[in-house]
Ligand binder design. Structure first.
Ligand code: MN
Ligand code: MN
Length: 418
């Protein structure tokens, strides 16, 4: 091969390479950007490649329409960001039950471990403490909580559906279901590995301390302890407590009450953002002062509405779906974009800074919690950012005229107006 021939061959291969690249980029279309194309829309002329003739469980797969048939804009794979309490094993006792999703079964969830718990009226979660802080949202009924702070200030309160509590790590506490039908609540520990079944239990410490030490510690004869339980009681049925006022009077100490309440009414509290499409209610250390390591938003999205495209700069997001049916896509570098579906009792998890939206795809309100291991709730709205960047800059990126960009919502609305 002489020099000229070699140069012609090189030129030809470069041109054909460019042509291939151009043909690839022009093959991608709006709403179907991947090359090679992904999504069921590409099988219209060849539907036999789309069917699922092998084994499947239609009841389960039917819950995940966007996993079975992802939007054509989805691309790549992400670590599993869906989990659920619905198939978490229940630990059932006389008086209530618990089930949990920790980092052991949901590896992405490094900042939060979740627990779903039920206490019958009179049912008690044994007095205990733990190494992680505990944040809770009441999903049903009525519950009495007790806690002591390190200054010796005791606190007793009754909570109901829509209320929160927060116990800093190490603060000893108890929970008891009240009339008429006890309580159910979701707990979030601010540590992904914290297990609800590995807590520091009153009965276990007592049973595993020499009787003479108990005698010395409490100033009564060792014989007084001869009937203590030798095992934990964890959750057990008991009598209903007396009145709240009586319990509060019984625990009053010279140190007085704690300066800030350990409970907060989220659903009956202030509405942080509201549009025709829904609302956002935020509880963090600004308004729920004791909650220094957990911030949360309760989001309500009306049918057809959407929690707008956004991300959170200061923490991973742990989601708990309370009502309705949602569809979420998570956007990661790469690009990667993965969509899945959420129903009541399900859990979602989005790593810090990854883009996401949550669309209500059901006929009823979609209600879910966003929980973060941080003192302060923070997010960025995509629309807020785009409309607060010079229009010429945005036009140069998106091929959109400035007057079209001017119609975008110019605030961080939270939930898009319908
Ligand atoms: Mn606890
Ligand atoms: Mn979010």
């Amino acid at each position: 091969m002489d020099d000229i021939t070699r140069r012609l061959v090189l030129l030809a291969s470069t041109v054909s390479g460019m042509a291939a690249a151009m043909s690839a980029s022009s093959a991608a279309t709006f709403g179907n950007p991947d090359e090679p194309p992904q999504g069921a829309i590409n099988t219209q002329d060849n539907p036999r490649g789309l069917t699922i003739p092998g084994p499947q469980n239609p009841i389960l797969s039917g819950q995940f329409p966007t996993s079975v048939s992802p939007p054509a804009t989805d691309v790549g794979a992400l670590p599993q960001f869906w989990a659920s309490f619905n198939n978490a094993q229940r630990r059932i006792h006389n008086g209530g039950w618990a089930r949990q999703v920790t980092q052991e079964s949901f590896p992405i969830s490094t900042t939060i471990a979740g627990v779903d718990m039920r206490l019958a009226a009179g049912g008690i979660r044994e007095m205990h403490w733990h190494q992680a802080a505990e944040w809770a949202f009441m999903t049903y009924g009525n519950c009495r909580i007790t806690v002591l702070d390190p200054q010796g200030r005791a606190y007793v309160a009754d909570v109901k559906e829509g209320d929160l509590w927060y116990f800093p790590a190490g603060y000893p506490h108890s929970l008891q279901g009240l009339e008429p039908d006890g309580a159910q609540f979701v707990l979030c520990f601010d540590e992904g590995h914290q297990s609800e079944y590995d807590t520091l239990l009153l009965n276990e410490w007592m049973a595993h301390t020499p009787p003479e030490i108990l005698s010395l510690n409490f100033g009564v004869p060792a014989e007084a302890f001869k009937n203590i339980p030798l095992n934990d009681t964890y959750i057990f049925q008991s009598q209903l407590p007396g009145s709240l006022a009586a319990d509060q009077a019984a625990v009053a100490s010279p140190a007085g009450p704690p300066p800030n309440p350990f409970v907060f009414s989220l659903t009956r509290g202030p509405i942080t953002k509201e549009t025709k499409g829904g609302k956002v209610q935020i509880a963090d250390s600004h308004n729920f002062k004791v909650s220094t390591t957990v911030a949360a938003a309760l989001v309500t999205v009306k049918p057809g509405g959407m929690r707008e495209m956004h991300w959170h700069p200061n923490a991973d997001e742990w989601q708990y779906y309370i009502k309705g049916t949602g569809q979420m896509t998570v956007f990661q570098t790469g690009p990667k974009a993965v969509t899945t579906n959420f129903n009541p009792g399900d859990i979602g998890y989005i790593k810090r800074n990854l883009g996401h939206y949550i669309k209500n795809v059901g006929a009823d309100d979609l209600v879910f919690l966003e929980v973060f291991r941080t003192a302060e709730y923070q997010d960025f709205s995509l629309s807020d950012w785009i409309t607060h960047t010079p229009p010429q800059m945005v036009s140069a990126h998106l091929n959109l005229p400035a007057d079209m960009i001017a119609r975008f919502p110019q605030t961080n609305a939270g939930v898009m107006p319908l």
